[in-house]
Ligand binder design. Structure first.
Ligand code: CDP
Length: 782
């Protein structure tokens, strides 16, 4: 497959940010805006205990609340064969409503259906549940002991969910043992939450034909349709899933949640439409959290800093049910990318996951299933190694980078990196940030006792699942799809199996069609998220849209171009072999004056029946031959106040390489958003539980989302190394800033504190944690 040598025609054309209406195609409606005659509201009763037996559920008072129509419990669902949901991962199942006992605080216990939202909430408050508390397991290390068995429903009588490993265990141990330099550090990537602007929700009803109409906040509508059919037994053709504007997803809207199932059951049982909209607290406490990986990172090296071995052993907290949305072959997602941008000759990674009395999840929060954790591990690890060696962190990275001429590069953990020029990307970053001047400034400040830090993260990402031979969700292979129809007047529609949550597919998919067919992007309608009209696809998460659906769109457009060539030959009255596609139109070879445009061809496709088959449309299902491997060089410059522990991010530069860029403005927006999330995780966000299993971050006054006041100014730049196997040469980018930035922030703060002897602090680097680390270090020195 050839790469387009020239960049797309929109590349480099600066968007006129505000005034250009071409690039705003969003429809603008949310699930919560929907209303249907006779619609009922659903409110869920939630557990106050993290672990308790349910002695009794009394719904009599709730049924007396004016407006309440019905209450259902776990037992009702169990009787209907709907007590448990399979999790996407396929290894586990999750209670829809608690049966017998609750396993985490805020778990769904009963569902109340009422005429108004207020009545549903009042009804839920009136449900009386008698609990008998059980001992709580609040961390995976306690869980390991199996003293309290959390899931007696499972065949295996242990809290251990899985052990997964990749690489050469013995070879790594040998290489590590003979390495002159070694570092070992436990790093915890704390539990976080994607906290999308709009929480999850749905409206379910059965239409006059008995067909389920399901409007839902889903990043993967087709997978929902299949999963619902398998779980409920409703034939798939009798299920219509529609995913409207989502208000952000970030992985939070991949799993199927109990609220959705209850809404469908309510609609079936009562015969009226049912709406369920989560509150912010419900979103933060019960739907897909992210991370919670405790990683022991060990790196071996020669005395002059050549890496020799990498070993990472992880203890993962998966909460009460294993609801991680990972492909079935990869229970720890694509954690194997942990060798990063470096030439490790040998490596071994292993992950052990445990149940705890916490909310289930482990979703790919703007991340290819655990790539963020892996990237943080290696990028922190390299800085700790640099510190151990007394070597500049940049020099160490450059010494160990995979060189440009080594691509395609087979990593020690089984990936084949497609392309990259890591030295160049880092050099651009060093030049733009003014590294030499910053080092000088830092030396001067250090001499005065001031704490200034410069932190790097030179990460490699892996995005674009499939290929289908390796990746599936619930057995459904991870390809993606596109259908393009060009109308007689030269406008058209493109439908894809992906689902934008704000990433701007409405713009970029139109641009791809326009680029391939020489049409005007503003007259290419983009539609996603409706299972009745879009071709089957696996959805949008893990930055897979451009690598997979973007490729499908390109290939579908090229199919159209091939048919159009025949029509053009007919119009130009020459043989097909005499027609070439040049400068966005068909031309008789060597005769620039004899051309037809795609618009003319489109008209002829419907009006001139002399050519064989009328119409101008095509569908393409794309199964990628490999993932794409975007990379970046990020630099954070921070000042830390020695007296208060306050950190100020003075500068942050992100140089990204995502191959050919479709739309620079959208890519820049993606980077800004992801950096803001990375900043939040590095400095302020953690879903905390106390030892009794109480969730301490149940709303936005406890779980902080940065505003413009806290958010640093972002500087961005890019390098372009095309993907050799993607038909446009593009790689994914949406998650890169979230994946790459946490390590840069932490590396910068630790660099600032390194004169005091501080080697590591776990995120989030709150003021009090940094202050404590400074005081402890000073006390130790004294
Ligand atoms: O799967 P998701 O849409 O979240 O991630 P993505 O494929 O990385 O794309 C995010 C947005 O950036 C989309 O609108 C892409 O089309 C756009 N993009 C781009 O313009 N050029 C690239 N090389 C990659 C993404």
């Amino acid at each position: 497959m050839s790469i387009q040598a020239k960049p797309l025609h929109s590349v480099g054309v600066p968007m006129k940010r505000k005034e250009d209406p071409r690039f705003i195609q969003g429809k603008g409606h949310y699930v919560d805006d929907l209303s249907f005659p006779g619609m009922l509201y659903l409110s869920l009763v939630r557990s106050t205990y993290p672990h308790a037996e349910i002695k009794n559920i009394d719904i009599s008072e709730a049924m007396k609340v004016p407006g309440v129509k019905a209450v259902i419990t776990g037992k009702d669902l169990e009787a209907a064969g709907l007590g448990w949901l399979p999790t996407f991962h396929g290894f586990d199942k999750q209670m829809v409503l608690a049966i017998g006992k609750v396993l985490f605080q805020y778990q769904e216990v009963a569902a109340v259906f009422a005429e108004t939202r207020a009545a549903a909430i009042d009804g839920a408050e009136a449900v009386q549940v008698d609990y008998a508390p059980l001992p709580v397991v609040a961390d995976p290390f306690t869980s390991k002991t199996d003293k309290v068995l959390l899931r007696p429903d499972r065949e295996a009588k242990t809290n251990h969910i899985f052990h997964w490993e990749v690489g050469d265990k013995e070879g790594t141990a040998r290489a590590m043992a003979s390495s002159p330099k070694r570092i070992k550090q436990r790093l915890w990537f704390q539990r976080c939450h994607p906290a999308p602007l709009e929480p999850c929700g749905c409206v379910a009803y059965f239409d006059a034909m008995g067909r389920l109409q399901f409007h839902v906040t889903s990043q993967a509508p087709h997978v929902y349709r299949t999963a619902l059919s398998l779980v409920t037994g409703i034939p798939e053709d009798k299920i219509h899933v529609m995913s409207p504007d989502l208000g952000g997803g970030f992985g939070n809207k991949v799993p199927v949640y109990p609220g959705y199932v209850c809404a469908i059951v309510g609609a079936l049982k009562i015969g009226r439409p049912v709406k369920w909209i989560e509150t912010r607290t419900e979103n933060l406490t019960s739907t897909g959290f992210a991370r919670d990986y405790h990683m022991d990172v060990e790196i071996g090296a020669t005395a002059d800093g050549q890496v020799t071995a990498l070993h990472v052993a992880t203890t993962a907290d998966h909460g009460a049910f294993d609801a991680a949305a990972d492909p079935s072959k990869y229970p720890a997602g694509i954690f194997g990318i942990v060798t990063g941008s470096y030439t490790f000759p040998v490596a071994h990674a292993e992950v052990d996951a445990y149940f705890t009395n916490k909310a289930p999840g482990g979703i790919a929060y703007r991340c290819s299933f655990r790539v963020t954790e892996a990237s943080y591990a290696i990028e922190r690890g390299m800085d700790i190694l640099a510190d151990e060696l007394g070597m500049d962190a940049v020099e160490l990275r450059k010494k160990n980078f995979i060189r440009k001429d080594q691509f395609p590069y087979p990593s020690a953990l089984g990936f084949t990196y497609d392309s990259g020029d890591y030295h160049k990307t880092l050099d651009v970053a060093l030049e733009k940030i003014g590294y030499t001047a910053l080092l000088k400034e830092q030396a001067e400040k250090r001499a005065r006792g001031e704490l200034m830090g410069i932190g790097f993260s030179t990460f490699t990402e892996v995005v674009g699942a499939g290929p289908s031979k390796h990746f599936d969700i619930l057995g459904i292979k991870m390809f993606d799809s596109a259908e393009i129809r060009i109308h007689p007047t030269g406008s058209g529609i493109v439908r894809a199996g992906t689902k934008s949550q704000g990433q701007g597919h409405e713009t970029t998919w139109a641009q791809i069609v326009a680029e391939e067919l020489g049409l005007d992007p503003q007259n290419i309608m983009v539609e996603e998220g409706d299972t009745d009209t879009a071709p089957y696809g696996l959805g949008t998460y893990a930055s897979r849209s451009t690598p997979v659906a973007g490729a499908a769109i390109t290939m579908a457009a090229r199919r159209i171009r091939e048919k159009a060539r025949k029509i053009a030959a007919h119009l130009l009255e020459v043989g097909e072999g005499d027609v070439e596609w040049t400068d966005y139109k068909f031309q008789v070879k060597g005769v620039p004056s004899k051309t037809v445009t795609m618009k003319q061809v489109a008209f002829a496709a419907y009006t001139d029946m002399a050519q064989n088959e009328p119409g101008l449309e095509a569908t393409y299902y794309y199964d990628p031959p490999n993932m794409t491997y975007p990379n970046g060089a990020y630099v954070a410059v921070v000042d830390v106040d020695r007296d208060t522990g306050e950190t100020k991010v003075r500068r942050f530069l992100a140089v990204d390489d995502c191959g050919i860029v479709i739309n620079p403005m959208i890519v820049e927006g993606q980077i800004h958003g992801g950096l803001t999330e990375g900043f939040a995780m590095a400095f302020i966000q953690e879903i905390q539980y106390d030892a009794e299993g109480n969730n301490l971050n149940t709303n936005f006054t406890d779980y902080l989302v940065p505003t413009t006041l806290e958010t640093p100014h972002w500087e961005t730049a890019n390098t372009v190394t095309a993907s050799p196997h993607h038909p446009m040469g593009a790689k994914g980018v949406g998650e890169s800033p979230n994946v790459g930035s946490p390590a840069a922030f932490v590396n910068a703060v630790i660099d600032a504190l390194s004169p005091l002897g501080v080697r590591h602090i776990d995120m989030p680097l709150t003021r009090d944690k940094v202050w404590r680390a400074i005081r402890d270090a000073e006390a130790k020195k004294a």
